[in-house]
Design a protein around this ligand. Sequence first.
Ligand code: 4AD
Ligand code: MG
Length: 466
Amino acid sequence: MALPTIRELLKSTAPKTGVTARGWIKTRRDSKVMSFAELNDGSCRESLQAVFSQENGNFTETLPSLVTGAAVEIQGDLVASPAAGQKYELQARQVRIYGGCDPEKYPIQKKKASDEFLRTVAHLRPRTNKYAAMLRIRAELAYAIHSYFRNNGFHYVHAPILTGSDCEGAGEVFTATAFDLSKLGSIPKTEAGEIDFSKDLLGKKTFLTVSGQLEGECLALALGKIYTFGPTFRAENSNTYRHCAEFWQIEPEMAFYELEDNMELAEDFIKSITASVLENCPSDMELFAKFVEPALMDNLRNITGNKFERLPYTDAVKLLEPENARFDVKVSWGVDLSSEHERFLVENYFKKPVILYNKPKEVASFYMKLNDDGCTVRGMDVLVPRIGEIVGGSERENRLDVLEKRMADLNIDPAAYWWFLDLRRYGSVPHSGFGLGFERMMMLITGISNIRDVTAFPRVPGYAEF
Ligand code: 4AD
Ligand code: MG
């Protein structure tokens, strides 16, 4: 039976008799005549304090089972609480134990465990205050993203996860096959001795998508403004605080948008979803500001309250070159900027978000529109404090001849992209889009400093438990 959640009970406008609450015991403490248990059901950060006294019932048998981690149902009366910091408490009359818990063995103890340890018990860490708050904020952030686009005339579309194209052209793809790799001998081969993917289930070599962009472009050139919101996969062996092999990406794509419009949208979007979470999750956000990142609220005001700096790549290089002594990778024109450079620009120089654009074509994806200078492209990256790149996007090359030449220069087989090229043959228009990394956005909003801790079950090099 669906019961009111603890969140709803705590929001009651008046005391109530005969209520039932279910959840997990966080802690219990006993005085001579009474016991107090904190009951949490995940609906909000706050727990409901249940008070057990002999006047109200006989708890001699059940109390010993009311231990940290136990799943219970408590019936009683919701009354005004004399304790500070809580409006109501539950005067228990009856208790039912659903699932007991051995407090000696339960990995989630009251004392603060390290993030590293909690990753090894990712199946139980959602029971901690911090990870439950993180997951509620994740849900709220997803909702804010959908609302933003819905309110701005975008259609939510679904790009395929199994795809035959490598959007970023970086070769960092997970191959997806129905061949039984444990029986190598059974896999069909071509005459040249290579795996014959034409005999695979999908009839061609396929991958897990790295980005929904290419399919998103097809849909934007029919529906006008679209966005995808789905998992993307990268087989890059990057063991860093900001890379996962599986992450969620939000990719808006807009017909008739040029690079400047794309920048405007990205800035407004990031500000708007940040403000939305701040408004709707005050209690969970307070937890992060108090226990995770003391500067969190200042950092977020820095995002919502400042115009993002527009910085052409060539100007960025001029700012970075004199600082080369501090960087592992020295900057000169043509170098692909990495997180140390990005963070210098954002944290030390501008002290606010930066949109870096017009990068050299040599370090850019094939689909980015070539500038008239012939050597830079209309790509953009939004850089934010602590994280660096949070958004990557561009105006797309919509001229068939220029795109074909660029693909040829990069040895990309045009036959594999015939449908992508068709978009430039039939009713081509300027169009633009970008991808926001959902986990990086979560890092920005919560102040959590490792991407492994903003997703329930991270997939990173060497780790796919759970
Ligand atoms: O810059 P990226 O590679 O851009 C694209 O995939 C474009 N096709 C997007 C588009 O224009 N529609 O990735 C976009 C964003 C990055 O800025 C970053 O936030 C995130 O995705 N990202 C990752 N997040 C976590 N782990 C990884 N390995 C990531 N790689 C990219
Ligand atoms: Mg990028």
